[in-house]
Design a protein around this ligand. Structure first.
Ligand SMILES: C[S@@+](CC[C@H](N)C(=O)[O-])C[C@H]1O[C@@H](n2cnc3c(N)ncnc32)[C@H](O)[C@@H]1O
Length: 492
């Protein structure tokens, strides 16, 4: 990281959260001798003269720096110890640009930029998520107004931090305005191998040819946008796709979240539990996220469902086997989050769209979280009426006004272009796509022009192929769907 810097060794350097001093050691070895460093945890003290063992966040630092470098802490607000929260509440930069959804990391970036001299360099290694979450927009806009980026190194699968599954970036940012803003040089490294000196050296050379390495330039970032480290040609393609679609999934589907039991293991029906007739009538057929495939699901899991049972006496008398089974979980059930009510221990805690799920229409299920590091699709499946989701699953119901068939919508959601779209425009954290209502609704949707006979025929063709795929996998049908969408998206 130090080799990214262009400052001379007599530069004023700051390390705002130096830990045991890995960066300080390299700086000293290279001859830097004007170093200031902070570390809040005195237990990490080593033999460095330049470290102040106090918080960087509230430190009154009466000078500016040529280079600020480091690996700042990253902790979600909820997990911050209260004394650090108090400190942030007093901090003007935090108050201006952040809220309780922001990460502690943000204040290290904001304050560091404030402390740079004009032309000064900020080089940080940190998680990537502040580049595309909504609540970091103010931080991103601030960065654009104060300077520009020279380069990003992006590691999406390479183990770097102890916390697994975290995408990491190293960036170099320059404070101030350049008359002609240069492009940002992007280096992406997707190998799952740990980084070694040889690879790091290769990453640095623009002619390097190592597997998993990709290098390209992008323009400087714009305000009010997510910052995507993606080749411009891909973004342009996705832009054309969104324009060809004209509407969104949110306009044609209602989206519903799965039901929350509050204690999975208490309500999942044990295989060997004997059941009386009444008990057999109080089972809910659930399709779990893990049992979804593309187009279909193969497995149903029975759950105990007693939300209509009002009293413990009714439970004991009518459902003796369930009663017995639930006793083993009673203590944990009573500790569940109560949603501002008192919930009997034999009830599920939050039914959300239960009425909707009880209606006799088929629906589409998708997992709420989908790891996409080793596959190039998300699993959207057609599910028959009578099957319910738990909170690991999100569901879509075509609106009553929607003319396109559920199977057409299903095939569209499973198509490669849609996958590419939400890979870049959806919420992806550490290689995991997250589907909540908003990102799902904002997926572009190619509606059919019902006045156009050719489009109507393609809709029919896709519907039939999709129905076949719901029954069983079939490469030919899949190819037919891809071709039909190819025609629809290339403008008829
Ligand atoms: C991700 S570690 C990086 C340590 C070091 N830069 C390295 O690369 O080994 C973040 C460090 O920030 C320190 N830290 C957390 N809050 C701080 C604060 N308010 N001021 C200074 N250091 C802080 C933590 O104690 C931890 O040592």
């Amino acid at each position: 990281m130090l080799s990214l810097s262009n400052v001379p060794t007599n530069a004023q350097v700051l390390e705002p959260s130096c830990g045991e001093g890995i960066f300080l050691e390299s700086l000293q070895q290279r001859g830097f001798d004007q170093i200031t460093a902070f570390e809040v945890d005195p237990r990490l003290a080593r033999s460095f003269d330049d470290v102040q063992y106090s918080s960087f966040v509230s430190a009154d630092i009466g000078q500016k720096f040529d280079l600020i470098i480091g690996n700042p802490p990253y902790i979600g607000w909820k997990k911050l110890p209260s004394y650090l929260k108090e400190e942030l509440k007093e901090n003007e930069l935090w108050q201006t640009h952040c809220n309780n959804l922001c990460d502690y990391l943000f204040i290290f970036i904001l304050k560091s930029v404030e402390l740079l001299k004009p032309g000064g360099e900020l080089i940080f290694i940190c998680p990537e998520y502040w580049m595309n979450t909504t609540h970091s927009q103010s931080l991103r806009n601030y960065l654009i107004t104060q300077g520009y980026f020279e380069c990003f190194y992006h590691f999406s699968e390479t183990p770097i931090f102890e916390q697994a599954n975290i995408s990491t970036v190293i960036f170099k940012y320059i404070k101030g305005n350049a008359s002609n803003l240069p492009p940002i040089s992007i280096t992406k490294y997707t190998s799952r191998q740990a980084l070694n000196a040889q690879t790091l050296d290769a990453l640095h050379r623009s002619d390097a040819k190592i597997p998993g390495l990709e290098q390209f330039n992008i323009s400087q970032f714009k305000p009010d946008q997510k910052w995507l480290l993606v080749r411009p040609v891909i973004l342009q393609g996705l832009q054309r796709f969104a324009e060809a679609c004209q509407t969104t999934i949110g306009a044609v589907c209602d989206i519903a979240h799965g039901l929350v039991s509050g204690l999975e293991k208490a309500f999942r029906l044990p295989e060997d539990l004997p059941l009386n007739t009444l008990e057999r009538q109080h089972l809910l057929s659930v399709v779990k996220g893990k049992d979804l495939e593309q187009f279909r699901s193969t497995k149903m899991t029975p759950y105990i469902f007693l939300n209509e049972v009002a009293t413990e006496d009714n439970l004991k008398q009518g459902f003796p086997n369930f009663y017995q089974h639930l006793q083993t979980h009673k203590a944990a059930l009573e500790k569940r989050y109560q949603y501002n009510r008192t919930i009997p221990y034999w009830h599920w805690v939050f039914l959300r769209s239960f009425q909707r799920f009880s209606q006799p229409q088929p629906r589409i299920f998708a997992p709420v979280k989908e790891r996409i590091t080793h596959k190039n699709y998300v699993r959207f499946a057609a599910i028959s009426a009578g099957l319910y989701p738990t909170q690991d699953v999100i569901a879509l119901f075509p609106k009553p006004t929607t003319q396109e068939s559920l199977w057409y919508i299903l095939a569209f959601l499973n198509s490669p272009i849609v996958f590419e779209w939400y890979q870049y425009h959806g919420i992806v954290k550490g290689g995991v796509v997250e589907f909540s209502e908003k990102p799902l609704s904002s997926i572009p949707f190619r509606a059919i022009d019902w006045q156009n006979a050719q489009e109507v025929a393609l809709h029919e063709q896709i519907t039939q192929a999709s129905q076949a795929l719901v029954k069983e996998a079939n490469a030919q049908m899949q190819e037919a769907i891809n071709q039909a969408f190819g025609q629809l998206l290339d403008e008829l």
